[in-house]
Design a protein around this ligand. Structure first.
Ligand code: SF4
Length: 465
């Protein structure tokens, strides 16, 4: 999971400021590395490295950088080792072409071998660099032709923003549209980004989503050229609505807040079926808040903030290493004794991946003596790896892979465990859209080949060592 931003302006030379604030708005999509490429008439400036946007960029200096077009990136590493040189954007100075992307390629290793055999030299193991090189070797002056070739040979998820010298800002989305990508406009200037929240804070108007299979070129004169390069087969990542996206974003035309609220209502129906009568509903902050609020309303049970989060600790799920995740849970959450002690509490979380985070949270609340701890997950059991850009790419990671709901309940230490159903998830997010639900049911829009799975799993295990 990563976040991307691209900005192009007709008259002003100050895109750096918009990129900076845009990246800040989507920092939740990746805290590992940040980067920006700012292009002026004569010169481009690239700065990137490991760290948060605020730690990497000096606001005052950044705002003085002249540029009418630029792209930015916040990273969570999905493939590669999380090294400094893998931070995005990537830029080929001689060509004047830069790229930032969100997603993951299944055939990364095969494509890399092919490009290396053609003499391409790689400086990192990032699929962003590979996409850029793939574009460049197919670029003869028409960016749509090159984009079409990228779409033809790259198997996987990719939402891309590019700066192309003398051409403008380009946005490309794979034909399944796994990762969100929205287009915004303000007084003839344009922004393309992962989530509409970045548009909101800078007063850009949400125009529309970049369609799956589409490429859009915005010229320095403000002309928009949009081409459907391949027929769209929409399979939007449903996990965006469960966890990744900010609730104040609208992606794929669906407001994330509304989706999370409906997920809460559907989960409340499951809780009701189990005959559980909690005294309070408590969200695991922050993602589960909206769903917990909906459950509380539906069941007529008070909503309480029984777990307080240290806001200076990052999202546990997007910490790369497992040990780090465990450490962080302990220092991240603290129970509010008087909301929990002597009560039957319903804890609501967005999902259960490995179970270790849920177990740690339940241990934490048991220290302040509730009479019962019920646990509800707004997502169904996660069972299958994601090969499209989320840090759950090996088959060993999921507690639900080979355990029943009751076995999981015992492992995490809950008195009752309630999961969302898959129908409840899809209907709750939007019954009219088509989604990727592969991590829940193994129905992969792009089925991974065995050799691709082996390459990815080997890579992940190497990273974990
Ligand atoms: S497998 Fe799951 S996390 Fe990955 S793209 Fe599909 S729905 Fe999203």
């Amino acid at each position: 999971m990563c976040g991307i931003v691209g900005v192009i302006k007709r008259k002003a030379n100050n895109v750096a400021k918009d990129l900076y604030f845009g990246l800040l708005a989507i920092q939740h999509r990746g805290q590992d590395a940040s980067g920006m490429l700012v292009c002026g008439e004569r010169k481009c400036y690239l700065k990137k490295g490991n760290g948060l946007v605020t730690s990497l960029f000096n606001e005052e200096l950044m705002f003085q950088l002249p540029g009418y077009m630029g792209i930015g990136h916040v990273r969570y590493p999905t493939i590669g080792l999380g090294k400094e040189e893998e931070a995005q954007p990537f830029f080929i100075k001689e060509m004047g072409v830069g790229l930032a992307h969100n997603g993951n390629l299944l055939n990364y290793f095969q494509l890399r071998e092919q490009l290396v055999s053609k003499g391409v030299k790689f400086l990192s193991s990032s699929d962003g660099e590979l996409l850029l090189q793939l574009f460049i070797v197919n670029y003869g002056g028409d960016p749509f032709e090159a984009a079409k070739k990228v779409m033809e040979v790259a198997r996987g998820a990719f939402s891309i923003v590019m700066c192309i010298k003398d051409k403008g800002l380009m946005a490309i989305r794979d034909r399944f549209g796994f990762k969100p990508l929205v287009l915004g406009e303000k007084d003839g200037d344009y922004m393309v980004t992962s989530e509409s929240v970045a548009l909101d804070i800078l007063q850009y108007r949400l125009v529309r989503d970049v369609k799956p299979g589409e490429a859009i070129l915005i010229t320095p004169e403000g002309e928009i050229i949009a081409r459907q390069l391949y027929p769209a087969i929409p399979r939007y990542c449903i996990f965006e609505y469960v966890y990744f996206a900010r609730p104040d974003s609208i992606i794929n035309g669906i407001p994330v807040y509304k989706a999370r609220y409906r997920l809460g209502v559907n989960l409340a129906k499951e809780v009701e079926k189990r005959g559980i009568k909690p005294d309070v509903v408590i969200p695991v902050p922050d993602t589960a808040r909206t769903a917990a609020f909906a459950i509380s309303e539906y069941l007529g049970v008070p909503y309480k903030e029984g777990l307080i989060k240290n806001r200076y600790i990052g999202r546990t799920f997007i910490m790369p290493r497992d040990e780090k995740r465990m450490e962080r849970v302990k220092v991240k959450l603290n129970p509010v004794r008087y909301e929990i002690e002597g009560k039957k509490i319903l804890l609501v979380d967005d999902s259960i991946v490995r179970g270790n985070t849920s177990r740690a949270i339940i241990q934490l609340v048991r220290q302040v003596n509730p009479t019962a701890v019920y646990f509800a997950s707004t997502a169904p059991p996660l069972k299958y790896p994601c090969y499209y850009g989320i840090d759950m790419q090996t088959r060993r990671e999921f507690i639900a892979k080979d355990k029943s709901v009751d076995e999981i309940r015992k492992v995490i230490g809950a008195d009752v465990l309630v999961y969302q159903t898959l129908d409840g998830l899809v209907e709750g997010v939007d019954s009219g859209a088509t989604f990727c639900t592969a991590c829940f049911n193994g129905d992969y829009p792009i089925p991974p080949r065995e050799e691709e799975i082996e390459c990815i799993e080997r890579q992940r295990l190497d990273v974990g060592r």
